[in-house]
Write a protein that binds this ligand. Structure first.
Ligand SMILES: CC(C)(COP(=O)(O)OP(=O)(O)OC[C@H]1O[C@@H](n2cnc3c(N)ncnc32)[C@H](O)[C@@H]1OP(=O)(O)O)[C@@H](O)C(=O)NCCC(=O)NCCS
Length: 218
């Protein structure tokens, strides 16, 4: 697992160019992000209007604001011109498929992964105590994953490592968590962690890629 120090995130005012051999992973603390409701499309605005909890409302608005800002920069269009549709499993994606993206949020942290010419999935979790951890792990993991987790000490950290690996794979191929499980060797995977969270990136087709870890400065 790659451990990222704060200096390992490249701070930049705009996305660098993205090649077919690269994956870009953007990180932002949700609380520091602007909310531009006017950038959201009809579907997003309806979803926003249903969020009566203020924190959830602000978090969703902030995540779509950053997502649209980034995608607009990559595509050379305005944030409002970015056309996103949500598939039957709930996976948001660009209608024209010119880029693929996926996002994850946990404990106030947002990760957005962006790829060209491949599918991408990302998951992050801020570690927290879980009651009845063995029972939860047995329910959520497949037999192989559960046994591997037990062999490696059945720790909380190990749980979140295996969990983010599983979710990143499922999200990469757009399968929900409870759909067909994506075997580890079917996708490329890169587990990483920062001081605050444990995360994993998955991409398909599986091949060698260069991963760039980025933060927007403005
Ligand atoms: C996708 C899923 C694994 C996310 O789990 P999570 O750890 O709670 O949340 P994360 O923060 O990591 O990811 C959430 C983001 O994943 C994306 N997402 C949602 N469904 C997804 C899917 N099937 N595949 C890939 N990405 C998905 C969304 O962008 C979402 O963020 P948003 O709600 O702000 O748009 C989980 O919600 C799931 O299994 N959903 C599928 C449910 C389903 O099958 N529904 C079918 C009918 S809608």
């Amino acid at each position: 697992m790659q451990t990222l120090a704060p200096k390992d995130w490249v701070r930049t005012p705009a996305p660098p160019s993205l090649t077919n051999d690269e994956l870009h992973v953007w990180h932002a603390p949700l609380s520091g992000l602007p909310c531009k409701e006017e950038w959201l499309d009809e579907v997003e605005r309806r979803r926003l209007a249903r969020l009566s909890d203020q924190r959830a409302h602000d978090a969703f608005c902030a995540n779509r604001t950053l997502l649209r800002r980034l995608l607009g920069d990559y595509l050379g269009c305005s944030p409002t011109a970015v056309s996103i549709a949500v598939n039957a499993q709930g996976r948001p994606q660009l209608i024209d498929g010119s880029l693929d993206f996926n996002l994850s949020h946990s404990g106030g942290h947002l990760l957005i992964a962006i790829a060209q010419g491949m599918k991408v999935g990302v998951d992050c979790e801020v570690p927290r105590p879980i009651r009845n951890l063995p029972a939860v792990a047995r329910r959520m993991f497949g037999t192989g994953e559960f046994e591997q987790w037990q062999r490696t000490g059945a720790t909380e950290t190990g749980f979140f490592e295996a969990w983010t690996d599983l979710e990143a794979r499922q999200k990469c191929l757009g399968e929900g968590l409870f759909a067909r499980r994506v075997p580890p060797h079917d996708v490329g995977r890169h587990p990483f962690r920062s001081e605050a969270f444990i995360a994993c990136l998955a991409w398909s087709p599986a091949r060698q890629v260069q991963i760039r870890f980025l933060q927007l400065t403005v």
